[in-house]
Design a protein around this ligand. Structure first.
Ligand code: GLC
Ligand code: CA
Length: 560
């Protein structure tokens, strides 16, 4: 494929230990990025082949979702070996080559680490099954006897995050605990061998030149499973205050203190970002320099395209970052949620019982296979572009999900028989799962799988991908790809101290802020055009309307 990389000079890899503080990190979902050997699965050499594209896009780092050997029961988040590459995706030598190519283009590398659970195919779990009850091998996981006269009932009525019981029975009658899929047994983080082994894994990748780690469900590793175990209702009623038996326990920080010591063995220190779905007041614990150093804030990803919500979220998260001394992380999409171009194009935010937009569960549009209620695709894209420019000028780091730079929508109409996500199988008919944002990328308008590979894609690509293909957008000044490229290049030039000042304006629908060097951002969340403040316009998410700022548009400006 020839997607001309606009003449970019590869950036130098910055040696600054704080390179991550305001980095743009691009998330690659390896199996859906680019396939070089025609087996329908994206692979490591595929990512390497697209390094020039990533460099031209102007990202500072790439985060690779899991590429480890896996049964793919949960898209690779069921890891069978933490220190190897899935043979279907390549080899360790391929990873070394990818790391070196990314570094040569000035791009840092972050890998996903999945410490809460292994795959049931992991050697440890196989050993635990064979060794039987009471063995040291079972101590690495969470095995319990069942209840009821013959132990045939699970130890508790707890439910897994993916639906169904959180316990699974093995042949000899014991049960093991799994927060997620049955194929993802939870590790016992009170076990010293488990703790030591993860330090070995961190060093394994750190020594290979990996710059940082994204820590999967970082808030769930440690547990208090002392008997008697509470019921589900009791568990749900307990405060999540650091002492909850399963979630966000204070003692998980002891694990991260050990990890920090390993990160600091390197120069520059290896970094980490926690995927911790915790109460905002608890975020600084994970984000502090003594712990993982940074923690995801998913607030924009959960918000509507709404002036009040955006402004409040920015203010809250900058305050939280100040508390921990870290920088915050902005994110609109990832591999777990409906793509934001689609979320923003649905008629009304679809709210769950808790008042928050439902991204998956019960989302009527997804459940209808994308037919009802109708999606206003253009409006969704317009708002997505405005939200992206709003986010890309904020202090802190920005996490982009592959395909958002193409303005991609969610693929809703995947036939049931082709779905892969365990959340679909564990809640049939209730939750369509996350496959719709994991469909292989369209690189070219023509070709069997839109340039993804030679032999089709592991999830079906819709016909409308043609219009979104990277080669169609390449060189088109009005395309979303061009907008992202220009925004990232400008951001690099304009980047400044991690501060902003709000510019109070005319309307409740308009949010404006200025960075210390006079770089300012104005977003019109409303539908009607509004006057533009004085200053030089640098970039706009949509053509200006006779010198006015149209609805659902963001503009970057420089003080006159
Ligand atoms: C995280 C991942 C998600 C995965 C889950 C279990 O939330 O982002 O994709 O299913 O952890 O590992
Ligand atoms: Ca392949």
């Amino acid at each position: 494929m020839t997607i001309a990389a606009p003449s970019v000079h590869a950036r130098e890899l910055s040696d600054a230990p704080d390179w991550w503080r305001q980095a743009v990190v691009y998330q690659v979902y390896p199996r859906s990025f680019a396939d070089t050997n025609g087996d329908g699965l994206g692979d490591i050499p595929g990512i390497t082949s697209r390094v020039p594209y990533l460099a031209a896009l102007g990202v500072d780092a790439v985060w690779l979702s899991p590429f480890y050997p896996s049964d793919l029961a949960d898209g690779g988040y069921d890891v069978a070996d933490y220190r190897d590459v899935d043979p279907r995706l390549g080899t360790l030598a391929d990873m070394d080559e990818l790391i070196s190519q990314l570094h040569a283009h000035g791009i840092r590398v972050v890998v996903d680490i999945v410490p809460n659970h292994t795959s049931d195919k992991h050697a440890w779990f196989q050993e635990a099954l064979a060794a039987g009850r009471g063995s040291a091998a079972r101590e690495r996981y969470i095995f319990r006897e069942g209840t009821g006269p013959d132990g045939s009932e699970p130890p508790t009525d707890w439910v897994s995050v993916f639906g169904g019981s959180a316990w699974e029975r093995v042949a000899d009658g014991q049960w093991y605990f799994h927060n997620f899929d049955v194929s993802q047994p939870d590790l016992n983080w009170a076990n010293p061998e488990v703790r030591a082994d993860f330090l070995t894994t961190l060093r394994f990748w750190g020594d290979r030149g990996v710059d940082g780690f994204r820590v999967d469900v970082a808030h769930m590793l440690t547990k208090d499973l002392s008997e008697p175990l509470p019921s589900r209702a009791e568990l749900d009623a307990m405060p999540i205050d650091g002492n909850h038996p399963l979630i966000d326990r204070d003692d998980v920080q002891e694990v991260y203190a050990e990890w920090r010591a390993v990160f600091d063995e390197y120069d520059p220190p290896r970094t980490a970002v926690a995927e911790a779905w915790v109460h905002p007041s608890r975020v600084p614990l994970y984000a502090s320099a003594a712990s993982l150093g940074q923690s995801f804030n998913f607030d924009l990803l959960e918000a509507d395209f709404d002036a009040g919500q955006f402004r409040r979220i920015v203010a809250d998260n900058l305050a939280l970052a100040a508390e921990s001394g870290s920088s915050t992380t902005w994110v609109l999409s990832n591999h777990d949620v409906v793509r934001h171009a689609t979320r923003y194009g649905l008629p009304d935010a679809q709210r769950g019982a808790d008042g928050r937009p439902t991204l998956k569960h019960g989302n009527e549009w997804l459940l209808s296979g994308g037919t009802e209620p109708a999606l206003d695709a253009e409006r969704g894209e317009r708002r997505a572009r405005a939200a992206a420019l709003f986010l890309l000028a904020l202090p802190g780091s920005a996490y982009l999900y592959q395909g958002e730079e193409l303005g991609l929508h969610e693929v809703a109409d995947i036939p049931d028989a082709e779905r892969q996500d365990p959340t679909f199988f564990r809640s049939p008919g209730v939750d369509l799962g996350r496959d719709g944002c994991r469909v292989p990328l369209p690189w070219t308008a023509s070709g069997g799988s839109f340039g993804f590979g030679d032999a089709g894609a592991h999830l079906p690509q819709p016909d409308w991908f043609e219009t979104y293909a990277a080669d169609v957008q390449d060189g088109h000044p009005a395309s979303t790809l061009s907008l992202y490229r220009r925004a990232l290049a400008l951001r690099h030039e304009l980047q400044t101290a991690e501060e902003l000042t709000w510019i109070d304006g005319s309307s409740a629908e308009v949010v404006a802020y200025e960075r210390p060097n006079g770089w300012s951002v104005v977003t019109n969340f409303g539908a009607e055009a509004v006057p533009l403040p004085a200053g030089e316009v640098l970039l706009s998410s949509r053509a200006l309307d006779d010198g006015r700022l149209p609805g659902e548009t963001t503009v970057w400006m420089r003080r006159a």
